[in-house]
Design a protein around this ligand. Structure first.
Ligand code: CUA
Length: 301
């Protein structure tokens, strides 16, 4: 109930119309029920009257008022839908969000950037977001930003999104998609244009190669992590989240853990215990390897 995008505001307005009308009807029904309980209660000397006269007016009202209400709400709903769902033909999407079991990929096709789970976007711009799935049906829902939309395998779905207040907006996958459905959180960062440009610049850059990171990068490749994970300039996997700028994110595992050394270490030690069912294999790594990998991943700003 705290809309922060044009689309959410449209839905909020419609919801309010429905809510106010429904509340008014409830009030009228309650008041009349109480009134009639008193007026027509059985009491000494009270004689039941015959049925009501056949009133054409009453019948017309009983049929007419609901009909008018339904018609009015039909028009309001179609209006809101037209405002939210505009044609997408001929537009390149600004962000392509792909649902995976159990994380989100965010690709920015116009600028060749790929991120995961935390989705940055500029405030005040009307964005077209394409939604796809890599496996089963997922569902995009960030309540403050507007409507839900399913991610269906083999199909391109779209939402328009014009966020009008900078902030961090939490959402979650809203279609049961398997064991870790509950930990498929969405975090949308709606940045002011200059902050967004800065973020984009950071994402386009290659992570810094320090001498200390060489050992980690080597181990990363040796352990075949790169078969699933991409790190720009090093590996090119796409089955798991892109790790090129992992350290620039605030959370790990689709919002499950804060992005800290400890979380990384726990995850690398026993992924199946932390996220049962996840596709990350347990490599049974020794502590030294875990430390090297953690240090390396922390440098991927
Ligand atoms: Cu993805 Cu539920």
């Amino acid at each position: 109930m705290d809309p922060s995008s044009y689309q959410a505001r449209e839905i909020y307005r419609l919801t309010n119309y429905f809510f106010i009308t429904a509340a008014a009807i409830l009030l009228i029904v309650c008041v009349l029920t109480i009134l009639f309980l008193f007026k027509y209660r059985e009491r000494p000397g009270y004689k039941e009257q015959g049925g009501p006269a056949n009133s054409k007016m009453a019948e017309a009202a009983i049929v007419g008022v609901p009909l008018v209400l339904v018609l009015v709400f039909f028009v309001l709903t179609v209006q809101a839908m037209r405002n939210i769902e505009q044609p997408t033909a001929g537009r390149t999407p600004d962000i392509i969000v792909t649902g995976h079991q159990w994380w989100w990929q965010a690709a920015y096709p116009q600028v060749q950037v790929t991120a995961a789970n935390e989705i940055h976007l500029p405030v005040g711009r009307k964005l077209l977001i394409q939604l796809n799935s890599a496996d089963v049906i997922h569902d995009w829902w960030v309540p403050q930003l507007g409507n839900k939309m399913d991610l269906v395998p083999g199909r391109n779905n779209f939402i328009w999104l014009t966020v009008d207040k900078p902030g961090i907006y939490e959402g979650a996958c809203s279609e049961f998609c398997g064991q870790q459905h509950a930990w498929m959180r969405i975090k949308v960062f709606a940045d002011p244009p200059d902050e967004y440009a800065l973020w984009l610049k950071g994402q386009q850059a290659q992570p810094m190669a320090t001498p200390a990171s060489a050992e980690g990068a080597h181990l990363f490749q040796q352990l075949t992590c790169g078969k699933c994970h991409r790190i720009a300039g090093i590996t090119n996997g796409s089955a798991g989240p892109d790790l090129t700028h992992l350290a620039s994110r605030t959370t790990l595992l689709a919002g499950m853990l804060p992005n800290e050394s400890n979380s990384l270490k726990q995850w690398l030690t026993h992924p199946k215990k932390i996220k049962p069912g996840a596709y990350m294999p347990d490599f049974h790594l020794d502590t030294t390897s875990i430390n090297i990998l953690t240090e390396y991943l922390k440098q991927l700003q």
